[in-house]
Design a protein around this ligand. Structure first.
Ligand code: GDP
Ligand code: GDP
Length: 488
């Protein structure tokens, strides 16, 4: 138990050190808040990365229904970030006081590769990205060949799996669930995702096997090589760039003694430093599929982002910037990774195309103007030397932090010079705030009323103008509280 009356002694709040915590609490008290009112909010915002649970299975077994059931109405984080198209697959959930992320694979395209292959691809991704997996099987149908193929993948992965025997709507169908022992995944959990029957018991089982933190926590790699993902749609030049940077200088020995080297990553020395390029096996092992190549590509992108601290997103300058490009950038921003945009094939650029390219960048990528940009050619090696400084800049932004005092001085100025517009006779006001976390920077603001999207965007812009944050998404969550009378 944390004693909120004496926060200075064991400030539980991540980035907030003892003295700063007290400073923050003093600000809160001045606005009429009690420590225990805001401690919960802050703790939520400062928690480290959450473990990830993936829900996989054949189409129509009830994955989406189950995910909705798990989320209830408690989908906690509603962040207002200016986004292009969003394809969100990860949600925050809470059960028995523990928070975790749920990857919903239910909405994914199923038919590009044929059912069996796409379900397998989906499970493969889940294995990469998740810390534990719920395999949903339709108990009224029983185990199919596809289910068994997924079981093999899951078993090979060694990740913890909970078997959900779904559509057990009443006691009479519980025997259906028992048949699923044959899958060899242990006890099937009889569930009716539709009615909620058994989901609590199933989630208890999930929490037993779900680790407290994701396997890839960046904290544990401090001092080790930084993790970089090279991503971009097919044919933008990822493998060319990888070959170029790897060149002769490929490092073979992992300096992190005693750790198992992930064979899908490569350690490459660049600019006098060793970097871990994650998931390069996925780049080198090209999937030559007419259909479904894009599908695989986006699975790979998601997996690489999951492991990386920074992403270099490649854009092919010889072609118009496409929805696929902006989607990959949105995925990076949503994943909260540092971002560098590399405009590749610069050797092929003529004046006319260049004119249109700059217009397209202004239109399509206006939301990520903060990302360092490099104009490169993986073929000729043009501006390769600019890559490392750009990545370093982005990582520095990703890790930077504004002290609470400075932030509140800035917020005070904003409130005075650019107050929120009056709405319905009331004027929402930012009361105080703190940067609760880094990697990426996360702010929690307390306000007296709902802050409109436009005002939040204005705030983000001003935060960047004032404090930099080059190359990193920033997350701002606003907690609305009516200010109460000050207590005596
Ligand atoms: P997904 O494709 O795996 O995401 O499956 P959905 O969640 O979309 O569910 C497919 C169908 O099964 C829908 O018509 C659901 O209403 C139904 N369904 C899901 N869970 C249950 C359940 O527990 N019992 C019954 N009877 N139907 C269910
Ligand atoms: P990936 O699918 O993203 O890994 O792309 P590849 O590296 O396989 O490159 C796709 C095609 O673009 C290949 O034919 C490459 O030779 C070509 N390519 C890659 N980088 C450049 C570049 O900087 N300039 C030119 N002109 N072609 C390039």
């Amino acid at each position: 138990m944390t004693d909120h009356n004496h926060p200075g002694t064991d400030a539980p709040l991540g980035a907030l050190g003892g003295a700063e915590y007290e400073e923050f609490m003093a600000l809160a008290a001045e606005e009429g808040f009690e420590a225990d009112e805001i401690a919960g909010e802050l703790a939520a915002a400062t928690a480290g990365p959450l473990p990830v649970l993936a829900v996989v299975g054949r189409p129509n077994v009830g994955k989406s229904t189950l995910v909705n059931r798990i989320l209830g109405r408690r989908e906690a984080v509603v962040e207002d970030r200016p986004g292009v198209t969003r394809d969100r697959v990860t949600y925050e959930a809470e059960w028995s006081g523990r928070r975790f992320k749920v990857v919903d694979t239910g909405g994914w395209e199923q038919d590009v590769l044929g059912i069996q292959a796409s379900v397998a691809a989906q499970a493969e991704f889940a294995i990469e990205a998740a810390d534990a997996v719920v395999l949903v099987v339709d108990a009224t149908v029983g185990a199919t060949d596809t289910d068994e193929a997924v079981v093999r993948l899951l078993r090979r992965s060694g990740k913890p799996v909970v078997l959900c025997a779904n559509k057990v709507d009443g006691p009479s169908s519980e025997s259906d669930a028992a048949y699923l022992w044959s899958l060899g995944l242990g006890e099937p959990q009889p569930v009716s995702a539709l009615h909620g029957r058994g989901t609590g018991d199933m989630l208890d089982k999930v929490l037993e096997v779900l680790p407290d933190a994701p396997r890839e926590t960046f904290g544990t790699t401090l001092g080790g090589p930084r993790r970089i993902a090279l991503i971009g749609r097919p044919n933008v030049g990822k493998s060319s760039l990888l070959n170029k940077v790897a060149g002769e200088e490929r490092v073979v020995v992992d300096p992190m003694a005693g750790t198992t080297r992930d064979p899908v990553d490569e350690l490459i020395e660049l600019g006098g430093e060793t970097w871990r390029f994650v998931d390069t096996a996925g780049i080198r092992r090209r999937v030559h599929l007419q259909d479904g190549a894009d599908y695989y590509a986006s699975l790979r992108t998601a997996a690489a982002l999951g492991k990386a601290e920074a992403a270099v997103v490649l854009i092919d300058v010889t072609e118009p910037i496409s929805v696929q490009d902006t989607r990959i950038i949105t995925m990076t921003v949503d994943a909260g990774r540092a971002l560098v945009i590399a405009y590749n094939k610069w050797d092929q650029l003529d004046d006319e195309r260049r004119y249109y390219l700059e217009r397209e960048i202004e239109q399509e990528l206006v939301q990520v103007q903060w990302a360092p940009r490099v104009n490169i050619s993986a073929r000729t090696g043009r501006h390769m030397e600019k890559l490392v400084p750009a990545i370093e800049t982005a990582l520095a932004g990703w890790e930077s932090r504004v002290p609470t005092g400075k932030l509140n001085a800035f917020l005070g100025e904003i409130v005075a010079s650019h107050p929120h517009p009056v709405r319905g006779g009331k004027q929402p006001r930012i009361l105080f705030g703190t940067q609760a976390g880094t990697r990426p920077p996360r702010f929690v603001l307390f306000a007296s009323g709902f802050l409109e999207a436009g005002y939040r965007r204005f705030l983000e812009r001003r935060l960047r103008e004032e404090f930099g944050f080059e190359g990193t998404p920033i997350q701002v969550s606003v907690r609305v509280r009516e200010k109460r009378g000050r207590k005596k």
